[in-house]
Design a protein around this ligand. Structure first.
Ligand SMILES: Cc1ncc(COP(=O)(O)O)c(C=O)c1O
Length: 384
C-alpha cells in the first residue's frame, strides 16, 4: 500500500492540542559549559547515589519497579504518611495528575505570570480556561489579585514557592488566605526549590483538604535526568490521584537513586548551604556592578540587564557560561542559576569584564522598574 499523502486523512487532534505551539526543549549543546541556565545542581548528586545507580543498573533491569519500600522510606523522610504521597515522574507528572484528576475542558485554572510554564501547559492540554495573574511590576507576589481570582472560582490553582523565575516567596499567611478562599479548588504549592529556602507548607496537608504540595529530586538532589518527584495531600485526595496514574511512571533507577539520596541528607544540606552563601556573594557583586536584581529564595537570581541583556548573554556564552534569557516574559531579564562559590567566582569575573566592556546601553544605576508588558503565549521552547 502506498503511504497516505492526503493531509486531511487520519485522526483529528483535539482543538486544545491543535491550538498549542510545539515544545522543543532548549537543552542540547550544554556539555562542557558552566550550566547556570536550568536551576540544576551544578556539581552532581551524592557519590553514594552514583554508586547505587551502577549496582542497580547491573542487576535489576529485568523487573518492573517495586514501590512499597520506597513509599515507606520517602514518607518517613518527608514526615508524612505513605498514604499521603504519590511518587511522580518529576514535578511535571504531579502537575499533570492534578490537572487530569480535577480539571475538565473549559474549567478555570489559575496560574501566575511569570511562573513555571508547565502549569499552563497541562491546563492547556486539558482545554481549560487559563486565568493568568501577573506579578506586580516589582515582582512582588500578587496576593490581592490572586485572592480575588480564587474567590471567583477555579478547579485548580498553581503556585511555585519560591517562584521560578522571580525567586520570590509568598508568606505562609498569604498562602493560608488563598487556601481558605478556594476550598473547592485543588491548590498546588510547588516547592521544587525548598532545600534553598527551608520554607514549607507540607505539614498543612493535615489541615487543608484542598492543599497539594510537590517536591522534586531534580534540583538540590541533582537527579533531574532521572525524573523523580513527590506529590503530597490528604490521603483521600492521594487515593483518587493514584487511580488515574500510570502504575510504573517512575522507573527503578530513579526510585533506587531517590532512596539512596535521602540516606545521604548531609550532602544536599551542604550543597544548599554553599549555594545560599554563593547567592549572597552574587547579589552583593551585582549591586556593586550596578545591575538590578530581584532578591531570591531559590538557587537562581533574576537580573535585569535591560537593553544590555543580549550582549550579556552572548558574552557569557563566549566565556563558556550558560544562563537563561527570560526577556520573553520579564523584559530585559536573565535568570542565573547559582552554583558553588568557585563557580560563582568564575561567573562574577565574567560579569566584571562584561561590565567594563562597552555593552549596548550599559545600565549602571539607571534601570527603570520592570515593564509589565508580558506576552500572552509562552514561546515554544521556553518552558523551563
Ligand atoms: C517551580 C518549578 N517546579 C518544577 C520544576 C521541574 O521539576 P521536575 O524536574 O521535578 O519536573 C521546575 C523546573 O525548572 C520549576 O522551576
Amino acid at each position: 500500500m502506498s503511504p497516505n499523502t492526503n493531509s486531511k486523512a487520519g485522526p483529528k487532534p483535539r482543538a486544545a492540542i491543535e491550538a498549542m505551539d510545539p515544545y522543543r526543549p532548549p537543552s542540547s549543546g550544554r556539555e562542557d559549559k558552566l550550566r547556570l541556565d536550568f536551576n540544576e545542581n551544578t556539581v552532581g548528586c551524592s557519590p553514594r547515589v552514583v554508586k547505587r545507580l551502577g549496582k542497580v543498573a547491573a542487576q535489576d533491569l529485568t523487573v518492573y519497579p517495586a514501590y512499597e519500600e520506597v513509599f515507606e522510606q520517602l514518607a518517613g523522610y518527608f514526615g508524612v504518611r505513605a498514604d499521603q504521597m504519590a511518587l511522580t515522574n518529576g514535578t511535571d507528572e504531579a502537575i499533570q495528575l492534578v490537572v487530569n484528576t480535577y480539571v475538565g475542558e473549559k474549567d478555570r485554572v489559575i496560574v501566575l505570570r511569570p511562573s513555571y510554564a508547565m502549569y499552563r501547559f497541562y491546563a492547556q492540554v486539558a482545554g481549560a480556561r487559563v486565568i493568568e495573574i501577573d506579578y506586580a511590576a516589582d515582582l512582588r507576589f500578587p496576593h490581592e489579585a490572586l485572592l480575588r481570582a480564587a474567590r471567583s472560582g477555579a478547579k485548580a490553582i498553581f503556585i511555585a514557592n519560591p517562584n521560578n523565575p522571580t525567586g520570590t516567596l509568598a508568606s505562609p499567611e498569604e498562602l493560608r488566605e488563598i487556601l481558605e478562599a478556594a476550598p473547592n479548588a485543588a491548590v498546588l504549592i510547588d516547592e521544587a526549590y525548598f532545600e534553598f529556602c527551608g520554607r514549607t507548607v507540607l505539614p498543612w496537608i493535615n489541615r487543608f483538604p484542598n492543599l497539594f504540595v510537590s517536591r522534586t529530586f531534580s534540583k538540590a538532589f541533582g537527579l533531574a535526568a532521572l525524573r523523580v518527584g513527590c506529590l503530597f495531600s490528604d490521603a483521600a485526595n492521594i487515593a483518587v490521584i493514584r487511580k488515574g496514574q500510570s502504575p510504573y511512571s517512575v522507573n527503578a533507577l530513579g526510585v533506587a537513586c531517590a532512596l539512596e539520596a535521602i540516606r545521604d541528607p548531609g550532602y544536599v544540606k551542604k550543597y544548599a548551604a554553599e549555594v545560599i552563601r554563593a547567592r549572597v556573594m552574587l547579589c552583593q557583586e551585582l549591586q556593586c556592578l550596578g545591575w538590578k536584581y530581584f532578591p531570591s529564595a531559590a538557587n537562581f537570581v533574576l537580573v535585569q540587564f535591560g537593553s544590555a541583556s543580549g550582549a550579556v548573554l552572548r558574552m557569557l556564552r563566549d566565556a563558556g557560561i550558560l544562563v537563561r534569557d527570560r526577556g520573553y516574559e520579564v523584559p530585559g531579564c536573565v535568570r542565573i542559576t547559582v552554583g558553588t562559590i568557585a563557580q560563582t567566582r568564575r561567573l562574577i569575573s565574567a560579569l566584571r569584564s562584561i561590565s567594563r566592556a562597552d555593552v549596548d546601553g550599559r545600565v549602571s544605576q539607571t534601570v527603570t522598574p520592570t515593564p509589565k508588558v508580558l506576552p500572552k503565549r509562552v514561546k515554544a521552547g521556553a518552558l523551563r
